[in-house]
Ligand binder design. Sequence first.
Ligand SMILES: Nc1ncnc2c1ncn2[C@@H]1O[C@H](COP(=O)(O)OP(=O)(O)OP(=O)(O)O)[C@@H](O)[C@H]1O
Ligand SMILES: O=C(O)[C@H](O)[C@@H](O)[C@H](O)[C@H](O)CO
Length: 230
Amino acid sequence: MMSIDTTCTVTGQKPPSAADLPSIQAAATGTPLMTAASPAKGAGRAGGHTHIWLVTGPAGCGKTSVAEHLANALNMPYIEGDSFHTPANVDKMRSGIPLTDADRWDWLTALREESMRQINEGRTGVVLTCSALKRKYRDVIRVAAYYDHHLLIHFIYLDASEELLLQRVTKRQGHYMGANMVHSQLDILERPSPNETDVITIDVSRSLGEVQQDALERVVDMMGSDHDNQ
Ligand SMILES: Nc1ncnc2c1ncn2[C@@H]1O[C@H](COP(=O)(O)OP(=O)(O)OP(=O)(O)O)[C@@H](O)[C@H]1O
Ligand SMILES: O=C(O)[C@H](O)[C@@H](O)[C@H](O)[C@H](O)CO
């Protein structure tokens, strides 16, 4: 198991700047976002903002699969939330005991701090996975914008039925989170409410390729409109 300070950078390359958006957009949709005749308005960072893209949802919804794809396509560092759980938390989950609020507070704060640390090092954005099952957990991450007014936080909620989650977790090999934990995740899940306007909901009942493509298009669209609004 990885330690609390382990951060997974998928590409190890530089994050994208505003100037990179056209090629990401082209890759995602086949439609260029900007042309040579409409150059980037913000220097370096898209729209002058930095971004945390938080991929959320219960165990087995596809957070890792989607986040890795986004991080690769956007050339952003990928922070795997599961790697930041303490050994005690992992032991609990492996034994089939759901985590409590108290087990999660320090973990959520560590994820927020690691995201901010990487952004403070000059990253345009990071892609983070975190179940973020309750509104108050999402609010812990939202506090990052209080510290940094240029930072935008976006949640990508991967929506799946219990049946689908069970299927996917059962099929998966060698993971501490067993199918016996799925119900407890849904028991406490607070699906994002309409007033959480920083959430994109994605139906993950489709193939992984379709889900990844949809997520990437939505992210690129949002970065594009943020850029255009500057
Ligand atoms: N859209 C999809 N279609 C089919 N299989 C999928 C899809 N998305 C993910 N999977 C598969 O489902 C399993 C769970 O996916 P993944 O590990 O990405 O979920 P997760 O949300 O990160 O899980 P956890 O929170 O438990 O770590 C994996 O075996 C993955 O390959
Ligand atoms: O909040 C939680 O209960 C945990 O984050 C879990 O969701 C697991 O870490 C994750 O699903 C790994 O399988």
